[in-house]
Write a protein that binds this ligand. Structure first.
Ligand SMILES: [Zn+2]
Length: 350
């Protein structure tokens, strides 16, 4: 039997004002002396400062580093800081990119990390994978699961609504991601974990059933979305890869990042990708589209801010972005004619 390793978070705390639990969680996990906070300019103001002050008040030696985006230079900057300070734990405080940098740099330096998201824009807030620009691969790679996740809904609610809507797109994407995984298992005998697949699918279904609540941008809706995003992160931890959460719809989004001059948020692109890939899989793409429309999420190329040519090019490029990831795109010949027809049939382009 091949060995299968699962790395799961030990504490997940979701709710109003949960940022107050930072020192409690820090101590409960066995830390006492030192920490490094990885954050952004804005998120330092919104949450980073609170974490810093709370830890300092307990006599913890805390340093912080402000990063702009998730790229190789920023990761190296943080790794350098970790090498010098040797903190016991790294806090990633911010949106997806800040958490990605914290996750990958701490993993590279064999230090645990705690995720404190300030947005609910994608499932990276709880997953063991991270996406960093400038590395060979334009998609997420294995890093490490957060030791703890502290998601304060009061803080996340202050972020623009667009981020949570994008998070919904990233969750809805699991409908096609799981189909692609099943297909890869059938065709290529790839490892398939029923439990991880069910968890990802259930998250998508829960978000779809609760769109009316989520679109209100209140505590209750946000909590459903956060639990779904965290469950998706856990699904990846159980699967030991991003497979249950990232299929052909993600390949379309990665391809758009590479081809479009100006692109939209990750979850927004994945949502549009899901509409088209659901069509290819023969599942109910109209329900996916309606769900996104209800949320006022983009459902067309123009709503994503990309041209018809860029959307078509991304579809053609999608199967080549990650050749080892077998999806529905491997079963068809995605030439310009097919790509255009697919985008037209699903209303992504006129
Ligand atoms: Zn995603």
């Amino acid at each position: 039997m091949k060995r299968h390793r699962m790395q799961l978070p030990r504490e997940v705390i979701v709710g109003e004002g949960t940022i107050d639990t930072v020192t409690e969680v820090f101590q409960r996990l066995g830390f006492s002396d030192s920490a490094l906070i990885v954050t952004g300019y804005k998120t330092m103001e919104v949450a980073g400062k609170i974490v810093l002050e709370m830890l300092e008040s307990r006599g913890v030696e805390v340093d912080y580093v402000v990063v702009k985006s998730s790229n190789v230079d920023e990761v190296q900057k943080v790794e350098e800081k970790i090498r010098i300070n040797r903190p016991q734990v790294v806090f990633g405080v911010g949106g997806g990119t800040k958490i990605d940098v914290a996750k990958i740099s701490s993993a590279n330096q064999s230090i645990p990390f705690i995720s404190v998201p300030t947005t609910a824009s994608h499932d990276g807030i709880a997953s063991p994978v991270a996406s960093v620009k400038g590395f060979e691969k334009p998609y997420s790679v294995m890093a490490q699961a957060p030791l703890a996740i502290i998601a304060d809904t009061e803080i996340i609610m202050k972020a623009p609504k667009r981020f949570s809507i994008s998070g919904c797109g990233d969750v809805v994407a699991k409908l096609t991601a799981v189909r692609d995984w099943e297909l890869a298992h059938k065709v290529q005998n790839e490892y398939y974990g029923e439990y991880a697949a069910s968890l990802a699918l259930m998250s998508a279904q829960l978000v779809m059933e609760n769109v009316e609540l989520i679109k209100e941008n209140n505590e209750e809706g946000l909590r459903i979305l956060l639990e779904a995003l965290i469950s998706c992160g856990v699904a990846m931890s159980i699967a030991g890869s991003s497979r249950p959460c990232s299929g052909s719809e993600h390949l379309f989004s990665h391809a758009l990042d590479l081809t479009a001059s100006k692109h939209a948020l990750h979850g927004e692109q994945c949502g549009v990708g899901t509409i088209m890939m659901a069509f290819l899989h023969g599942i109910n793409w109209k329900t996916v589209k309606q769900t996104l429309e209800t949320l006022k999420a983009p459902t067309t190329a123009s709503e994503l801010g990309v041209t018809v040519e860029e959307a078509v090019e991304a579809l053609i490029k999608a199967p080549t972005v990650r050749p080892e990831r077998y999806t529905i795109l491997n079963e068809i010949n995605m030439d310009s004619h097919f790509a255009e027809k697919l985008a037209k049939n699903t209303g992504v382009i006129d």
